[in-house]
Design a binder for this molecule. Sequence first.
Ligand code: CU
Length: 105
Amino acid sequence: MLSRKSLLITTFMTLIMSGAVQAETIQVTIKHHAFAPADIHAKVGDTIKWVNEDSVGHTVTAKGGWDLTLPPNKAASEVVKKAGEFNYHCSIHPSMKGHITVAAK
Ligand SMILES: [Cu+2]
């Protein structure tokens, strides 16, 4: 007979395998005026979280897409909704650039 604990584990594993816990969070750190990693791969439904570790503010700006403002030592995130290739930059420091490749689910 299954114990309560193994029943819980079985339920959890089933959830994972059924895809209910499939979406991932991908973290991009902003440090020394650069996105790291600058080039990431994600799937539709994933969350991208930018963490600003600089002492100045930055933005995550994509044409026709996101425009997130990140004050010093703050984070902001966005759920990826469509597949494709996306370039983004910081509107305060245009030399800061990032790239995201999003695969369909
Ligand atoms: Cu910046």
